[in-house]
Design a protein around this ligand. Structure first.
Ligand code: 5GP
Length: 190
């Protein structure tokens, strides 16, 4: 998506060699037109896969997941992040490290929203080490639903998350791939 790349070049802020701030378009302010464009792009890539549910994690995954779900005409479900959670028999729970917060949180998703007949598309804003995505994958496996793939807006190729999911045989589509962050600014992979 060329427009997204241009917006990242203009509005992204390199916070460190590991972290790109995208508050102006993804993580704080949301551009509805650009977000709908992302939704159309993911929907086109997965339209032949019979998706019945789009799943994401609060909070930054929600706008784009909503846009994808709207395009595909299916519900969107977001896992909540809780700091602590007592065992809840009605929810799937996976404990994952949070890349940006530096703490461990529990991803929680009520069991009643995913059934084993479902075909699930995971959507998230940015992938780094892949902990959030792996947590969601485990939840989908626990539900016995079918995981059709994962759509990520920004893939940071220099961190291991995207590759580790692909190594597990999971289809992972990203809209923009970043090779490195640093003194040269934002270097795109393609
Ligand atoms: P992971 O679990 O793959 O290590 O990290 C993914 C989560 O951390 C995403 O939901 C994303 O919001 C956040 N994240 C990871 N890397 C970055 C980054 O460079 N910038 C921002 N703003 N968020 C990030």
């Amino acid at each position: 998506m060329e427009e997204l790349k241009e917006r990242i070049k203009r509005e992204g802020v390199v916070a460190s060699q590991q972290v790109l701030k995208l508050d102006a378009i993804l993580n704080h302010q949301v551009d509805p037109a650009l977000t709908m464009e992302m939704g159309r792009e993911f929907a086109a890539r997965f339209k032949a896969d019979g998706v019945t549910k789009v799943v994401t994690v609060e909070s930054s995954g929600i706008p784009v997941a909503f846009a994808v779900a709207l395009e595909l005409g299916v519900p969107m479900i977001f896992a909540r992040r809780k700091k602590t959670l007592l065992a809840d028999p009605d929810s799937y729970v996976e404990r994952v490290p949070s890349f940006t917060k530096g703490i461990v949180t529990d991803l929680m998703l009520p069991k009643r929203f995913i059934k084993k007949e479902d075909r699930v598309l995971l959507i998230d804003d940015i992938i780094a080490n892949g902990d959030a995505a792996r947590g969601l994958v485990k939840i989908i496996h626990s539900s016995e639903a079918t995981l059709v793939g994962t759509g990520i807006v920004v893939e940071k190729c220099f961190q291991s998350g995207a590759q580790s999911l692909r190594d597990q045989g999971i289809r992972l589509e990203s809209l923009v791939r970043i090779q490195s962050l640093g003194e040269d600014g934002i270097v795109f992979a393609d």
